[in-house]
Design a protein. Structure first.
Length: 147
């Protein structure tokens, strides 16, 4: 995403809140109630990829599927979710740009330098491959239950 500053995202029913900054140790402060007795504390990662390419064109659905297969799946073979979205961004020059975006959602156990490294590799690869100035990453604590 070659956009900066204001970030607004509209998705049918979903609303994304501002990123929550926390360290791994702050998960222990994440309040646990009776519901937590049958769940584990994890991390929810949302990574938002814009599809406009600065030199013109867009990241096609085929390009995106190839990126998922080559870059994302090998790093997170246990699974992830993808949402299609439409983003709106305010450029440095004051221009509002609207573009199709992809949201990658990962739920991960709260441990791991390797996990952080894998996410950084995904972001770096996307930026390089599709000439993006930035990719948005939001990390927050999550209670996860597999039922």
């Amino acid at each position: 995403m070659r956009k900066q500053a204001s970030f607004f995202l509209s998705i049918c029913v979903f609303v994304i809140a501002p990123a929550v900054n926390f360290s791994a140790c702050s998960l222990s402060r994440f309040e646990t109630g009776d519901a937590a007795a049958s769940s584990d504390l994890w991390i929810r990662e949302e990574i938002i990829f814009g599809t406009d390419i600065p030199d013109g064109g867009t990241v096609s659905d085929n390009d995106w599927q190839q990126f998922l297969g080559e870059i994302v799946t090998p790093r997170f073979p246990n699974g992830f979710s993808i949402l299609s979205a439409h983003g709106q961004y305010l450029m440095q020059d004051g221009t509002i740009v609207r573009e199709k975006s992809w949201i990658l959602i990962l739920y991960l156990p709260a441990h791991g330098i390797e996990t952080n490294k894998a996410i950084d590799e995904i972001i770096s690869s996307y930026k390089q491959r599709f000439k993006q100035e930035s990719v948005l990453r939001s990390t927050s604590p999550a209670r996860v239950q597999f039922k």
